[in-house]
Design a protein around this ligand. Structure first.
Ligand code: NDP
Ligand code: 8X3
Length: 254
């Protein structure tokens, strides 16, 4: 959409999967990019690639762990005006019963998916409010709407994202700021590789017999949501692969 031309778009978790795909799609739309993640080398590679394809846009990269509140605030001070924030950084660790989840895994999920999203939002929203302009797009999950066994903390973290998104609708009701939540179902990214700590065959088995979404499928919805006219806010979206009906209900071709 030409509405995205020249917009300054901050994407967290831009080094892989959905975030990387969003970077590619916003670049295609002529937006300037602020790309954040822990793996700076990946971001640099992506920046080089996108700059060669879209020489007119401005791309900056930020090595940023969203869990680090002080670093988020210090880094955000250098951002300038953000038009669109895509809160995408997130992860799941393991697939275990609640009583078997380690404190480290619990902290990693909550600190990243919930507190990290809040840190970045707190760093960016005041500027949007001052300019009465801006759009925050949170990547939630079907897991935030439907809990499943062995997913308690992850599902809870995404339910928190849903609640935070909804609360923000109220808190920005008298402004031109838009708050959107996109809830993907099964997307094949590095998500399952991270979940199973690098066990690629375990990760592959998640997608066996189904045609999952890929990062581009979600990036297309993000671009659609971001590209609506200013008086239109897509507050919520649930996006499944065709053969998915619920968080853990997918049809697998035998
Ligand atoms: P990937 O693992 O491919 O990407 C996750 C991204 O998050 C990476 O760029 C990673 O970058 C970044 N990230 C993780 N931890 C941090 C951190 N502490 N600080 C900054 N960045 C971080 O998975 P997806 O693309 O699938 O995940 C993106 C979002 O989509 C997540 O919020 C996930 O929960 C959500 N989602 C995914 C679904 C799926 O089936 N794949 C379904 C529904 C929602 P780096 O490691 O370089 O920091
Ligand atoms: C990711 C989808 O079902 O693996 O949010 O939790 S699921």
């Amino acid at each position: 959409s030409s509405r995205l031309l020249g917009k300054n778009v901050l994407i967290t978790g831009a080094s892989s999967g959905i975030g990387e795909a969003c970077a590619r799609h916003f670049a295609q739309a002529g937006s300037n990019l602020l790309l954040a993640a822990r793996r700076k080398d990946r971001l640099e590679k992506l920046k080089k690639d996108l700059e060669s394809q879209h020489p007119q846009i401005n791309i900056r990269t930020f090595e940023l762990d969203v869990r680090n509140r002080a670093k988020v605030q210090a880094t955000a001070a250098t951002f300038g005006d953000i038009d669109v924030l895509v809160n995408n950084a997130g992860l799941v660790i393991g697939l275990e019963k609640l009583e078997d989840i380690t404190e480290e895994a619990m902290d990693t999920m909550i600190d990243t998916n919930v507190k990290g999203l809040v840190h970045v939002t707190q760093a960016v929203l005041p500027g949007m409010r001052a300019r009465d302009k801006g759009h925050i797009i949170n990547i939630g999950s079907v897991a935030g709407q439907q809990a499943y066994g062995n997913g308690s903390i992850y599902c809870g973290s995404k339910a928190a994202v849903a609640s935070i998104s909804k609360a923000l609708l109220f808190e920005t009701i008298d402004t031109a700021i838009r708050i959107s939540e996109i809830n993907p179902g099964m997307v094949e990214t590095e998500f399952s590789v991270v979940r199973f700590k690098g066990d690629k065959s375990k990760a592959d088995s998640v997608y066996k017999g189904v045609h999952p979404l890929d990062g581009n499928d979600i990036a297309e919805t993000v671009i659609f949501v971001a590209g609506r006219p200013e008086h239109v806010n897509i507050a919520e979206m649930l996006v499944f692969p065709t053969n998915q009906a619920a968080a853990t209900t997918v049809y697998r071709k035998p």
